[in-house]
Design a protein around this ligand. Structure first.
Ligand code: KG4
Ligand code: ZN
Length: 359
């Protein structure tokens, strides 16, 4: 522990390697449970995956191996401290890519053993929620989280991010970001597809949003209320584009982008706001790479305001995968007095969302 007792605080190092971002973050947690971002360094291998149109697990693992030590060192340097000044270490134990996770877990174990620090193997999904406390202060208990990224599309009921996270809905096929990436590919736009589609849609203006009637998955009266589906939407976009091309007609890429984006944002926000209202939860946290989407943010703000729900969206840098989110979750665990993970814990690519910290 560092500092005087009234200001007692602990410094937590977080390590993230579940997908294509190698992240190391440092978060300070105070006696009253408040958390503060101290350092956040991310090395991304996204450019190495671009020509494949998606993350290649072997390439990601290799990139983590190369980037991990320098990334942790830079985070410590940025914070002006050494490994021995850290009070606890947290690492993503899952869910994620097996080989990628193993790199982070092995490294974290080595750091923890070398410096004799407690180690927490934590859940990546809970990290995406915990990170918002760095920007907007303590998380209300409960809150509802909408996680939207290339790998996740989930609605989580978070009673307490350190101990009770329950999935109430998720995608039954593609994740929202995955749908963006696949549609971008169809339209000959670069990977990752979210940013170029968002830019085109924004430039096309409000009228373009409804120019093509794309389907809203799982929104019928008998459909699952809290689950999502984006594969039908992706197929509808593909059919529409192929139809135009086959007829020798031009494809208005901006209209397709805007109408596709509207379908995604409409379903995500409608379901999240309805779930919050039904559950009697007054705060919605939207996180993950797709949370950076301009239309999603706009629609979520409109609909939350109308329903009397407080909306919290972390800044884009904290929405995408990073080490600070894992450090933030570790900080919540330290504040809650949670026991560290057993030394023999392993990476779990399918770690259930309800397991915030592995035993
Ligand atoms: O959270 P993230 O960095 O990585 C994981 O997948 O965990 O999210 C990446 C995803 C990609 O699918 C990317 O296309 C999408 O987030 N994305 C966006 C935007 N920026 C990134 N999707 C829609 N609009 C954006 N502005
Ligand atoms: Zn993620």
């Amino acid at each position: 522990m560092t500092g005087a007792s009234a200001e007692a605080s602990a410094l937590v190092l977080g390590i993230e390697t579940s997908c294509d971002e190698t992240g190391a973050g440092l978060v300070e947690v105070f006696g009253d449970g408040r958390v503060r971002l101290v350092a956040d360094v991310v090395a991304s291998s996204v450019e190495q995956h671009a020509r494949f149109g998606g993350v290649v697990p072997e390439i990601a693992s290799r990139a983590h191996l190369e980037a991990l030590t320098p990334t942790v060192r830079r985070a410590l340097d940025d914070a002006g401290c050494r490994l021995r000044d850290v009070d606890a270490i947290a690492v993503t134990a899952g869910p994620g890519l097996a080989g990628a996770l193993m790199v982070g877990v092995a490294a974290a174990k080595a750091y923890a053993a070398a410096a004799d620090k407690p180690l927490y193997g934590v859940n990546h999904l809970a990290g995406h929620v915990a990170v918002d406390a760095l920007e907007h202060g303590p998380l209300p208990k409960p809150c509802l989280a909408l996680l939207v990224s290339g790998g996740h599309t989930q609605l989580l009921l978070v009673e307490d991010v350190a101990s009770s996270v329950r999935e109430i809905g998720s995608t039954i096929d593609d994740a929202a970001g995955e749908a963006y990436d696949k549609v971008a590919r169809l339209l000959d736009l670069p990977y990752p597809g979210g940013p170029p589609i968002d830019r085109l849609a924004r430039a096309a203006g409000a009228a373009a949003r409804d120019s093509i009637a794309f389907p809203r998955g799982l929104t019928g009266p008998r459909d699952s209320r809290h689950d999502f589906s984006f594969s039908g939407l992706k197929t509808a976009v593909a059919r529409w584009v192929e139809g135009r091309r086959a007829a020798g007609e031009p494809v208005d890429v901006a209209s397709v982008a805007a109408s596709f984006q509207e379908a995604v944002a409409d379903v995500l926000t409608a379901k999240a706001v309805r779930a919050a209202a039904e559950l009697g939860v007054d705060t919605l946290v939207v996180s993950g790479g797709v949370a950076a989407n301009s239309r999603l943010g706009e629609l979520a703000a409109e609909r939350c305001a109308r329903a009397g729900i407080r909306l919290r969206v972390p800044p884009p840098r904290l929405c995408t995968d990073n080490g600070a989110m894992i450090a933030a979750l570790g900080a919540h665990l330290v504040a809650a007095g949670a026991p560290p993970s057993a030394p023999g814990f392993g990476a779990d690519p399918a770690l259930p969302v309800g397991t915030v910290v592995v035993e």
